[in-house]
Design a binder for this molecule. Structure first.
Ligand code: SF4
Length: 237
């Protein structure tokens, strides 16, 4: 039964920010194999943690919102971890909602399987595509993970689906040069939409100041060079 295999860590019943230009509900899927140092959702990392949220109840809620919401976003955690994701998406799609996915590209074979069901993807790019940089950003050994991320990016590009790449600008692990390198790589690949997200210090980070976090957003020349590389470029604070 789907209710037993989908593990939900939390839900947002109304959001205007998780799916561009759509009003949506967001389901935060339990489980993530990565340990990003800037993670605000550490409670979602352990797939076996009991959140108290039940998938079937979320579906029942969605049935009451078919005329009020445009879309449902599967976020995380890392939704691609869960084998029941495809069934869950189909269940939601049958209710008439558009489907969004937030992912870091873990498990490209799973992404490839579900991509025909998706309407939009928010793809997290954590660092430049260099082993030690990516490893620092995702907090686990990158040997199999970086090829997986790159393969997922290729799958998105080949699919023609509407998607954006976005990077959380954590000054503890990324420099302006790192962001430039990411942007050049993505633009050369053919990515059209790129967003920078401001890092909000996690509770245990008492060292990083607001001006440290802002440094990515005050350099006009840097921002203008990014703007020129993409059809859509934006900043989320
Ligand atoms: S991928 Fe997302 S949920 Fe997983 S550790 Fe990183 S920030 Fe947290």
């Amino acid at each position: 039964m789907i209710q037993e295999t989908i593990r939900v860590g939390g839900v947002e019943t109304f959001s205007t920010v998780d799916f561009p230009e759509k009003i949506c509900a967001t389901v935060f899927m339990q489980g993530c194999p990565w340990r990003c140092p800037f993670c605000h959702n550490a409670m979602l990392q352990d797939i076996n943690a009991d959140s108290g949220f039940v998938w079937s109840k979320f579906v029942e809620f969605l049935k009451t919102r078919t005329k009020l919401l445009d879309a449902v976003v599967f976020s995380g955690g890392e939704p691609l971890v869960q084998n029941g994701l495809e069934t869950a998406i189909k269940q939601v799609k049958e209710l008439g909602f558009k489907i969004g996915l937030h992912t870091g590209g873990y498990r490209p074979e799973h992404l490839e399987k579900i991509i025909p069901l998706l309407d939009w993807v928010g793809f997290d790019i954590k660092a430049p595509f260099i082993d030690d940089k990516y490893e620092k950003a995702i907090g686990v050994c990158v040997k199999t993970q970086l090829p997986a991320v790159l393969k997922s990016l290729d799958i998105l590009l080949a699919s023609g689906i509407d998607f954006e790449c976005r990077t959380t600008c954590d000054p503890r692990i990324l420099s302006i040069k790192d962001i430039e390198n990411i942007a050049v790589f993505l633009a050369n690949k053919g990515v059209k939409k790129y967003f920078l997200q401001k890092y909000r210090p996690i509770p245990s980070d008492t060292q990083t100041s607001d001006s440290d976090c802002e440094k990515f957003f005050v350099d006009k020349e840097f921002l203008s060079s990014l703007q020129q590389k993409f059809e859509v470029f934006g900043i989320r604070k």
